[in-house]
Design a protein. Structure first.
Length: 435
């Protein structure tokens, strides 16, 4: 949307394709539903649709419904912004047991992603008292918070009803966040961290010995303002009296790495090894193991980009190779092919980082534009897709979905209620699903 915004500023016509019937990617299906103000960036992105010369072709998967080659033949330029939605794995024993899930799945479920086909969380959460969340980034903190919030805290969100009901009925008592390294190396931001200490029904705990900093961490701390603020918050929690008005506990653990996930037919434990950092910041195990009884393990160790057929890909860094947003193949620029967002940079940065990133790519595109050949194919792709039986969602279709979700939310005293079923989204958009 940021790339489309920058292009339309220069009176360039833009078609935005998405495999989903709805726009805005992870702003809709990633950003935590209880972060209402961050999610409201959608309102800003939505205004881009009002600009002249822009169309939405939702429900079109590039690489399946239409190829990159077809797109390149139909436009002067193609900008790839398909994100990095796959999960990373831990590579430890027990990782595939029922009850061991990827954060990507849990997030897709609680945000109501229409293609969600993962574990049945409504059933899983019904028997979940103790959870381990592996990872110390903002997504891991989102997962801990969503699992720990009270019914009334969550009722202000736009989560689908079935998600709210499952979270309300889950008998969760204990959520443990596990970090391999120390608090200085954690990648969560202070605002996200602090929220864990402000929950209505959950008390947060840290351990003194895990906040003690080795020489390497002390050195790193001196140059890292975010880590300084995080360490200050964690130390404040150490001093804080335990609350008696809560029925949930959140444990933040550091210097513990998952060794294996246990259970016969379902997760019943996770074994971690205590770790330490040497003078050069290298991590090693101390040979001391601890078993935690848990019913659910959520692995939140990062997102990963995937290759698209017909597009160069760097399998080491999982991004599309590029120079200033110009896609390269073996070091040579591929004319007319550009990239922006997570699939250009990897899964880092905040939403605003993508704006700068997209504007950078569009600057390269505008420089190249006079020398880019005109499209060889002049048939409207919306027509081509329709002839293939692919039903596309237009801006009007998206607006109908948007209005229906808001209406349903308002009926329940909430800002919006996300509609999760693809068939329903397509029906509201005034079309039927592609077969
Ligand atoms: C769980 C989570 C929480 C986050 N929370 C925050 C937060 O609180 N604050 C913040 O600033 N940032 C947050 N972020 C980061 C933010 O969401 C990203 O920076 C941003 O969404 C990346 O934008 P993107 O366009 O590169 O990718 P995406 O947002 O992933 O968009 C990619 C789009 O491409 C579509 N697509 C994929 N493949 C195809 C295909 N083959 N054909 C057609 N379309 C396709 C997808 O459906 C999607 O709509 C969070 C991220 C995650 C994962």
């Amino acid at each position: 949307m940021y790339a489309a915004d920058a292009l339309t500023d220069h009176e360039i016509e833009v078609d935005v394709f998405d495999r989903l019937p709805t726009p805005f990617g992870l702003v809709r299906y990633g950003v935590a539903p209880d972060h209402v103000s961050i999610r409201s960036v959608r309102d800003t992105l939505d205004k881009v649709w009002d600009k002249p010369g822009i169309r939405f072709l939702g429900n079109v998967e590039v690489g399946r419904d239409i190829s990159i080659e077809e797109l390149r033949r139909s436009y002067n330029a193609v900008v790839l912004t398909y994100g990095a939605a796959a999960d990373r794995r831990l590579g430890i024993e027990g990782e595939d047991l029922p009850g061991s899930v990827a954060a990507t799945d849990f997030v897709a479920w609680y945000t109501g992603h229409p293609d969600y086909r993962g574990p049945d969380f409504s059933r899983l959460l019904h028997n979940t008292r103790r959870v381990a969340v592996i990872g110390v980034g903002n997504v891991a903190v989102d997962v801990v918070r969503v699992l720990s919030k009270s019914e009334s805290e969550l009722s202000e969100t736009d989560m689908p009803d079935h998600v709210l009901e499952a979270l309300r009925d889950a008998p969760i008592e204990h959520v443990t966040l596990l970090g391999r390294r120390g608090p200085v190396q954690a990648s969560f931001t202070t605002k996200e961290l602090k929220e864990l200490g402000e929950l209505a029904e959950a008390d947060v705990h840290v351990r003194q010995d895990e906040l003690e900093l080795d020489p390497w961490s002390q050195e790193q701390l001196a140059n890292n303002k975010v880590a300084q603020r995080n360490v200050a918050v964690l130390n404040e929690w150490l001093e804080r009296d335990s609350r008696t008005d809560t029925h949930r506990a959140i444990d933040l653990r550091f210097f513990v790495r998952p060794e294996s996930i246990g259970g016969a037919t379902h997760v019943d434990s996770i074994t971690v090894e205590r770790t330490e950092l040497d003078a050069d910041g290298r991590l090693s195990g101390r040979g001391e193991f601890e078993r935690l009884d848990v019913d659910l393990v959520v692995r939140s160790v990062g997102y990963r980009g995937e290759a698209m057929p017909g597009v160069p890909f760097d399998p080491t860094s999982n991004v599309i190779p590029n120079i200033d947003g110009r896609v390269t193949d073996g070091g040579d620029v591929v004319p007319g092919l550009y990239v922006a967002g997570w699939i250009k940079r990897g899964p880092t940065g905040i939403i605003g980082t993508n704006k700068k990133c997209a504007v950078g790519t569009v600057t390269s595109l505008l420089e190249d534009l006079p020398s880019l050949p005109d499209p060889v194919e002049t048939t409207d792709l919306a027509q081509v897709l329709s002839d293939r039986g692919v039903q596309t969602v237009s801006v009007d279709g998206w607006r109908a979905i948007d209005a229906r979700e808001r209406d349903r939310g308002h009926e329940r005293g909430r800002p919006r209620q996300t509609i999760a079923a693809r068939e329903e989204l397509m029906e509201i958009a005034g079309t039927t699903p592609a077969t």
